[in-house]
Design a protein around this ligand. Structure first.
Ligand code: ATP
Ligand code: MG
Length: 553
């Protein structure tokens, strides 16, 4: 059994072996701040936290990090829960950091009593100056050695709202000479006269993240608090808080992993919110967005996203993943689960001159050649059909096996197989005044019907078609990457405002009977879904999920 474990699972297995957490199950948490929609970077954290709990028969909490007093936004909260569920996970408990404000306050008072915290009145500018730099130690605040009594009184007054925001803060008394700037008497409580969605106006002081988070983890009995690498330098403070506050026998441990970055995607709720607010995109769930809501609407599957998170693994060093790898996972998941449909993107008419006018016949065609169990469907064939303009050349290049007319050098017009129907041979074509191809002429061989067992001769090219007498126009939406490199400033990513392309195509009639969200392979083109929000019988719109070709090796 040579299963290779990621470094976090190695730590967990060693902790289980030494019974570091006694008989407690492994408990993790996913702690989003409800200030935007989740993106695919969060999916990595969700897969890691929930996946770890599942792997070790443990538990994972969904905890909203709402230590900032902002208004609750139900839209964000609902979207977060929908996204976690969509990814296939269920939380143990749904919790709010703000539920622990009382405990956090008591913990701060205890620190003051132990001489480990003090009320400081330096201005933000002074505080910055006193903090020192990476090269130089900081200077102690003149307020650092106040008496416990004075600190208790001042902190109480802060709580009562006697001071304006920024006038006084509570700082941990740690070490102004520490090489780690986070340990130079960090602020742990600040005044903020703001209404909190959960606690209302009860508090006008709020704990800082670095003080609150370890306490939240400890209260919930989190064993492994998994976060991204930016917090590595905060870990000594995390450990200091759980140790000094210390009402827990088995404190949680913080473990950092590299955040997910993907080429052509920006993962920052703040930035994504700007795209929404500036109407660069059509909402948080625009199919071009890297949000979970966006990729869901685009047609990505939770299985593909989980497979991707598994495949990229968990690392200790930041790197950027090629978006082609994500697309590869999506294609790989879809290829054996969605049926095929014929759609002609850039239609040109072919007239089958030896097929009787007014006649039509049914043809059986496989839904997914790779999966026979997916069965067949019926399409029709008649005298006029649509094929893709790209499947015809007036003068064929070398090794061209699709349609071309008789050539001046005496070569015959080419014969191709129409997928599901007959062999047809191109006999000629007509042009429009502007030089474009108007229509193509061909003959069919009645002996060659697909499924008839015909073995008389082989053709090298197979193309698809739709019956011009039995088809529907549909609109397809294709997407370029939303983020592209600024042509004027290499290395800088900017929003691509020309990233949505709509076109009208000819499709087999089945595409007017879909459910929103249904996924298909548009044969020889790519994967598409019926637009989840506004597909209807009167609005046949499909989104491109991903193309067929992979640039991922
Ligand atoms: P953003 O900057 O996009 O708002 P955030 O880290 O501030 O991201 P939170 O809501 O605080 O967003 O994140 C919840 C959890 O998701 C955190 O544990 C965070 O570490 C994790 N997370 C956020 N972005 C990524 C990412 N790109 N890769 C992996 N994990 C991430
Ligand atoms: Mg955050």
């Amino acid at each position: 059994m040579a299963e290779s474990l990621n470094f976090i699972h190695q730590i967990i297995e060693s902790d289980l072996e030494t019974k570091k957490y006694g008989d407690s199950p492994i408990i993790t948490r996913f702690p989003p701040e409800p200030n935007g929609y989740l993106h695919i970077g969060h999916a990595k954290s969700i897969c890691l936290n929930f996946g770890t709990a599942i792997k070790y028969n443990g538990l994972c909490n969904l905890r909203y990090d709402d230590t900032n007093p902002v208004k609750e936004d139900m839209e964000y909260i609902n979207s977060i829960e929908e996204d976690v569920r969509w990814l296939g996970f269920t939380w143990n408990e749904r919790l709010w950091a703000s539920d622990y404000f009382d405990t956090m306050y008591e913990a701060a008072v205890e620190l003051i009593k132990k001489g480990k915290a003090y009320v400081c009145e330096l201005t933000p500018e002074e505080m910055k100056e006193y903090r020192g730099t990476l090269k130089e130690p900081g200077k102690e605040s003149p307020y650092r050695n106040r008496s416990v009594e004075e600190n208790l009184k001042l902190f109480e007054e802060m709580k009562e709202g006697k001071y304006a925001d920024g006038e006084k803060v509570l700082r941990a008394k740690i070490d102004m000479a520490s090489p780690n700037i986070n340990m130079r008497d960090p602020i742990i409580y600040r005044s903020a006269h703001a209404t909190h969605h959960n606690t209302g106006d009860k508090w006008c002081i709020y704990p800082m993240y670095d003080f609150a988070h370890p306490i939240e983890d400890a209260i919930e009995g989190i064993t492994h608090s998994i976060c991204t690498l930016e917090f590595e330098d905060h870990r000594p403070l995390y450990d200091w808080v759980v140790r000094e506050v210390g009402f827990w026998p088995n404190p949680p441990q913080q473990i950092e992993f590299a955040r997910l970055n993907i080429t052509n995607m920006v993962m920052s709720k703040r930035f994504l919110k700007r795209l929404v607010d500036d109407e660069v995109v059509d909402g948080w769930d625009d199919p071009r967005m890297p949000t979970i809501a966006g990729i869901r609407r685009r047609g990505y599957t939770p299985e593909a996203v989980r497979a991707f998170c598994e495949e990229i693994g968990v690392a200790k060093a930041n790197s950027t993943v090629d978006i082609a790898q994500l697309e590869h996972c999506v294609r790989d998941d879809l290829k054996e689960r969605v049926p095929s449909r014929n759609v002609i993107f850039d239609p040109v008419k072919v007239i089958i001159t030896n097929y009787p006018e007014g006649q039509s016949e049914e043809c059986e065609i496989e839904n997914n050649p790779a999966v026979p169990e997916m069965g067949t469907r019926t399409i029709t064939f008649s005298r006029e059909i649509w094929v893709d303009r790209a499947d015809f050349e007036e003068v064929p290049p070398k090794k061209y096996f699709r349609l071309f007319p008789p050539q001046e050098d005496g070569r015959e017009g080419n014969e191709v197989r129409l997928k599901g129907a007959y062999f047809i041979r191109c006999t000629g074509y007509a042009k429009n005044e502007d030089g474009t191809v108007k229509e193509i002429y061909a003959t069919y061989d009645p002996e060659t019907k697909s499924g008839s067992g015909f073995e008389g001769r082989k053709v090298k090219g197979t193309i698809h078609y739709v019956d011009a007498n039995n088809c529907v126009p549909i609109t397809i939406r294709q997407f370029d990457y939303l983020m592209i490199e600024d042509p004027d400033e290499p290395g800088r990513m900017i929003a691509n405002t020309d990233s949505l392309h709509e076109s009208v195509c000819m499709a087999e009639p089945a595409l007017k009977d879909c459910e929103p969200g249904d996924r298909f392979q548009f044969f020889r083109h790519g994967y598409f879904n019926a637009e989840p929000k506004f597909y209807s019988k009167d609005n046949l719109v499909f989104n491109e999920i991903v193309g067929l070709k992979s640039s991922w090796k």
